[in-house]
Each structure stands twice: as structure tokens, then as C-alpha cells.
Write a protein that binds this ligand. Structure first.
Ligand SMILES: NC(=O)c1ccc[n+]([C@@H]2O[C@H](COP(=O)([O-])OP(=O)(O)OC[C@H]3O[C@@H](n4cnc5c(N)ncnc54)[C@H](OP(=O)(O)O)[C@@H]3O)[C@@H](O)[C@H]2O)c1
Length: 244
């Protein structure tokens, strides 16, 4: 029997690449997103191309009160849940607006904790399941250009670490994914360095391999591990003087 993968944030460029990767490997797919109607062409493409089951579900990470019902009414409980949801705006705009600040925190942290707590408890009860969360290298050290998004991603990294520790004892696997730069809608206005930037399909391959190999924490491009090792080891008295 084929396994089902739930993708939270399935309309994202990375979410679409992940759906394609799992569908190509004969997994059934549940696509969850806001304004989920727009996913119907992706749904029919995946069904036709790969002969799998694919369903669409309405999901808003910041509509906290809907989360329990969202999970309870899924027609099939997925064996694998992957959270791709994220939101990033210019940090200077974010810090000047309480609304933008809370949106950034809720979309990258609180909303995901709210739904993954529910899913994690169900997986613990059934003693099986996989949860993968896409965080970011931005969560490994706060920088002046990105610290509201970065701190929410940091919270998500710590959450996934704790969840992994708790659920390990219930035979549930938790994977933390740490992309560096990726060419997507989120970064289309940024001038990204070509050599350091991945494509959504690279993230999808990393997630797929990470789940199969039961990895705990993975970078998308290997060199980001070393870049972040340098960045996180710069002494604070030097770091605070940099314009990063
Ligand atoms: N691109 C990069 O360089 C990069 C680097 C590191 C990490 N990441 C992470 O990778 C993940 C995917 O991002 P992406 O680059 O593929 O960008 P993206 O296309 O902008 O995807 C972000 C997705 O999150 C969804 N989302 C935001 N708030 C939501 C909410 N309240 N409820 C439900 N869905 C919500 C968006 O939905 P809508 O379509 O409805 O707006 C969008 O589909 C994110 O977690 C991002 O932080 C990206």
C-alpha cells in the first residue's frame, strides 16, 4: 500500500518541488495551503503523470482555531508531514509594524507549533510517523537585516529539536531542514549569489533523502554547514560591529 505525504504550504515553489518528488516515487499526496483551489492543476498533473492519489486541503497556519479540525477531517492520516510554510518581508518594514512582526512570527513559528503539536501527539499515540520542517540557516544567528524572520526560524529549529527528542521515544522521526538561499517567490526581489543559491528541486531532493535516511538535521548545499560554522563562531564583540 502506498504511503501518504501531507505538505503544509503546498503552493510554495519548494512545496511544489517536494510534491513532485514524492509523487514520482509513488507516494500519495495531500496538498494543503491557503486558497487551495489554485492547486487543482498541480493536483491533476500529479495524478495523471504518476498515477497516485492526490487531494487538496485548505490550511492557514495563522488560523489557530482551525488546526484541530483540519487534522481530524483529513480523509487519510498521512505517514509523513512536511511543513514548508514561511513568510519573509524586509526587516526594516517588519520592525516598524507590529502587524508585520506578528505575521512573521506566527507564519514561521507559532502557527507551525500549533499544528505540529496536534500531529506529533497523534503520531506518538500510533508509534509511527515522520515530521519534516523547513527552517533556515537564518535561524542560526540573528543579523540586523533579518532578525525577526531569523528569530522565528530559530524558535522553529529549537522546537523541532525538542519534538525529535520527545518523539524518538515513540518511534517517530523528526527532520530539520536548513536551506541557505533558494531561488523562489520569497527571494525573487533579492540579488542572490549564484554559487551559493539552490533550486527548489535541490531542497526537494534533500528532504526526500533526509527522510529515507532518517537524518536529524540537514543542510541543502553542503557548504552552508561550513559557512554557518564560521558565522556562528564570530565573537559577539566583532559580530555586533558588522553590517550583516
Ligand atoms: N527561498 C529561500 O531562499 C529560503 C531559504 C531558507 C528557507 N526557506 C524556507 O523555505 C520555505 C518555502 O519557502 P519558498 O522559498 O518556497 O517561498 P514561497 O514560495 O514564498 O513559500 C512560502 C509559502 O508559505 C506559505 N504561507 C505563508 N504564510 C502562511 C500561512 N499563514 N498559512 C499557510 N501558508 C502560508 C505561502 O502561502 P501563499 O502562497 O498562500 O502566500 C507560500 O506558499 C519557507 O519556510 C521558507 O522560509 C526559503
Amino acid at each position: 500500500m502506498s504511503q501518504t505525504v501531507l505538505i503544509l504550504g503546498a503552493a510554495s515553489d519548494i512545496g511544489i518541488a517536494i510534491a513532485e518528488k514524492f509523487a514520482a516515487n509513488a507516494f500519495d499526496i495531500q496538498l494543503a495551503a491557503r486558497k487551495s483551489d489554485r492547486l487543482s492543476s498541480l493536483q491533476s498533473d500529479l495524478k495523471i503523470k504518476y498515477n497516485i492519489n492526490c487531494t487538496i486541503h485548505e490550511f492557514d497556519a495563522t488560523d489557530f482555531s482551525s488546526h484541530l479540525t483540519f487534522w481530524n477531517i483529513l480523509p487519510v492520516k498521512p505517514a509523513i508531514t512536511i511543513s514548508v510554510i514561511g513568510y519573509m518581508n524586509d526587516n526594516e518594514k517588519v520592525i516598524k509594524s507590529q502587524e508585520e512582526t506578528l505575521k512573521t512570527i506566527n507564519s514561521n513559528y507559532t502557527g507551525l507549533v500549533s499544528i505540529l503539536n496536534i500531529i506529533g501527539e497523534d503520531y506518538a499515540k500510533q508509534q509511527s510517523g515522520v515530521i519534516a520542517g523547513i527552517s533556515s540557516v537564518a535561524g542560526l544567528r540573528g543579523r540586523q537585516s533579518n532578525y525577526i524572520y531569523g528569530s522565528a526560524k530559530a524558535g522553529f529549529i529549537a522546537y523541532l529539536s525538542g519534538l525529535r527528542n520527545r518523539l524518538f521515544h515513540h518511534k517517530v522521526h523528526v527532520l530539520t531542514v536548513l536551506p541557505g538561499f533558494v531561488y523562489t517567490k520569497m527571494t525573487e526581489d533579492l540579488n542572490l549569489p549564484k554559487l551559493l543559491t539552490a533550486q527548489p528541486v535541490d531542497v526537494a531532493d534533500t528532504v526526500y533523502k533526509g527522510i529515507l535516511k532518517k537524518k536529524n538535521k540537514i543542510y541543502v548545499k553542503w557548504f552552508w554547514r561550513w559557512i554557518m560554522m564560521i558565522i556562528t563562531n564570530i565573537p559577539e564583540f566583532i559580530f555586533k560591529r558588522k553590517k550583516l
